[in-house]
Design a protein around this ligand. Structure first.
Ligand SMILES: Nc1ncnc2c1ncn2[C@@H]1O[C@H](COP(=O)(O)OP(=O)(O)OP(=O)(O)O)[C@@H](O)[C@H]1O
Ligand SMILES: [Mg+2]
Length: 564
């Protein structure tokens, strides 16, 4: 628990004023509570036994004041601590997201999006309580408990001694339960993440679910995870809800003992009735803060589990690291005996390849051969496990991510459309220059279509891009790449969904751009690779043939097999 608080300690620095205010508010609450208990003594002794009429006016007023102070104090404290907690959570959430987005692509291949969403939304939320209201509760209730126990001891040290032995004993079972709860909470949160994961997967694949009419299959699968979630959460309730009854039972034991022993003392005249009732009031009032303390400790277990999972992600570092040089123009790209392994599976073996500005190269070959892996190396999604990828003769790892990725644009078969206007989708992240957007759309051969839409450039697209056809989405993606005015353009089956005419238009665009840039085309159709100056045939991670189309047709048996 202290490690949890300590790791958020630096955050508290920014909230000194609020924390100080909160602290005084807590003092007020604790003081008022103790005052209320203390007033029981004059109440009984002065008003009821001595029939003191001044006290009859003064005491009710004091009680009102004490409750008012308690109310104001707890309101101010709750408000300011909640603010501190929520604000810290907001910052941690920003930081976690930023951290995750900068991790390697491989990380995202290994973690389900639902799991990540659950980290960022619910896990961080769980910490909120711990860093704000729970810490406050801990401090406030401890102060209140101490103040009340002070009254207890002050009124009758002897009785206090008896009860204060019984109450701490009740902590032993409570502590055992807390430990158990922590383990269950780990499990519960993991299952919750599974649930979110399966939901996000389902909604992302809803077309497939409908096409294979697996609605009931998916619903059944979900129902099972949902049930498992409930089971774990009920298990945790089973333990958590034991805490209060156990505490109460132990308090009642001490209550019974106190009445017996204290009653005897009052009868014997060793204690006034007022002091006895003040003692009793303070004791019973102390049960509440102590109970809340133990509940808070249980909630901390939950937060600690969430914190540990968040920390495990925060400590991950990207393996592919940005260099510090800026890449401006690209004159040449060269692969020197490059190998690439995904885990222990080698996808590329000693690939050699060279391309200069003004050239168009094509990568062809059977599916799974390693074509896209070559482009991943150029974008530095992964680093070569052996050999060097050189840009302008220099190791590509020396250049910064930002400059590499702003100079090299890729369009793949998988088109990513964001919930925004067409214009924003094309300019994506860059300032929105309409003239340039239109120019890019024209080059991508889709401007006529966009101009014909009722809202033109400002037509809203949705994430799934359902208001565009597959080929139209592909052309939006091509426009996005062209908008950035790239020095290297990679089209990885980017025209696969286009009709012959649209494809021809785009090939025409590429031909026009080609003299100033490096173009890498990956395609299955022979027609799309015809514009290439050189074709590389990649099979099982190796370059098996390279050369012009006519040359390959003549000399390379694998190429002939592929296209005949
Ligand atoms: N992120 C990844 N993690 C693990 N293995 C991968 C990953 N990406 C690709 N592979 C594997 O590497 C090999 C080459 O894949 P790659 O995507 O480069 O092939 P490709 O030539 O582009 O195929 P296609 O024509 O089907 O797009 C394949 O066997 C594939 O299973
Ligand atoms: Mg591919």
């Amino acid at each position: 628990m202290f490690t949890l608080i300590r790791s958020y300690w630096p955050e508290y620095r920014h909230y000194r004023g609020k924390l100080l205010l909160s602290f005084f508010a807590m003092l007020l609450v604790a003081g008022a509570s103790a005052g209320i208990a203390w007033m029981m003594k004059p109440l009984l002794d002065e008003i009821f036994l001595n029939k003191n009429t001044t006290m009859l006016y003064v005491l009710p007023l004091l009680i009102l004041l004490a409750y008012l102070a308690k109310g104001v104090g707890s309101y101010v404290q709750q408000y300011s601590m909640t603010f501190v907690g929520q604000d810290i959570v907001r910052k941690v959430r920003d930081r976690l997201l930023e951290h995750l987005l900068h991790l390697d692509l491989a990380f995202f291949h290994h973690h389900h999006s639902g799991e990540l969403i659950s980290r960022i939304s619910s896990d961080i939320g769980r910490i909120q309580g711990a860093v704000s209201s729970n810490v406050a509760t801990l401090v406030r209730e401890s102060m209140t408990a101490v103040a009340l126990i002070g009254i207890v001891v002050y009124q009758s040290p002897y009785l206090a001694f008896i009860t204060l032995v019984v109450i701490p004993a009740s902590y032993i079972p409570v502590d055992m339960i807390s430990r158990r709860l922590r383990r269950i909470s780990h499990d519960a949160q993991a299952r919750n993440a599974d649930l979110t994961a399966s939901l996000s997967e389902m909604f992302a694949n809803v077309e497939a679910i409908k096409a294979y009419h697996t609605e009931s299959f998916e619903a059944g699968r979900f129902a099972r995870s949902n049930q498992a979630c409930l089971d774990v959460s009920m298990k945790s309730v089973r333990f958590a809800e034991l805490v209060v009854p156990i505490m109460e039972f132990f308090s009642s034991i001490s209550g019974a003992v106190v009445i017996a022993v204290g009653g005897r003392q009052v009868i014997d005249g060793e204690l006034t009735v007022g002091a006895f009732f003040s003692f009793l009031t303070a004791l019973f009032m102390a049960v509440d803060p102590i109970r809340r303390l133990s509940q808070t400790l249980a909630q901390f277990q939950d937060a600690i589990a969430a914190h540990e999972r968040i920390q495990s992600m925060m400590t991950l570092n990207p393996e592919v690291k940005s260099g510090d040089q800026a890449l401006h123009d690209v004159d040449s790209i060269q692969f020197d005996a490059v190998s690439l392994a995904y885990g222990d599976k080698e996808a590329l073996h000693t690939v050699d390849l060279a391309v200069k500005k003004g050239e168009v190269i094509a990568l062809v070959g059977n599916s799974g051969g390693g074509k896209s892996s070559i482009t991943s190396l150029l974008l530095r999604f992964f680093d070569a496990s052996n050999g060097v990828v050189r840009v302008n003769g220099q190791d590509i790892r020396d250049y910064s991510f930002v400059s590499v990725r702003s100079r090299i644009a890729i369009v793949t078969q998988r088109v990513h459309i964001f919930n925004d206007s067409i214009a924003a989708n094309v300019a994506y992240g860059a300032p929105l220059d309409e003239a340039r957007v239109i120019a890019a759309l024209k080059k991508a051969n889709i401007w006529e279509h966009v101009a014909g839409m009722p809202e033109g450039l400002h037509t809203q697209l949705n994430e799934a891009g359902t208001n565009l056809s597959g080929g139209q989405r592909q052309r939006i993606a091509i426009a996005r790449a062209l908008f950035r005015d790239p020095r290297v353009l990679i089209l990885d089956e980017a025209t696969s969904a286009l009709d012959n005419q649209s494809e021809a238009a785009i090939l025409e665009t590429i031909r026009a751009l080609a003299p100033d840039i490096i173009t890498v085309v990956i395609a299955h159709r022979l027609k799309s690779v015809e514009i290439a100056d050189r074709i590389y045939l990649i099979q099982n991670g190796r370059v098996v043939c390279q050369g012009g189309k006519a040359e390959l047709m003549r000399d390379c048996i694998h190429f002939r097999e592929l296209y005949q």
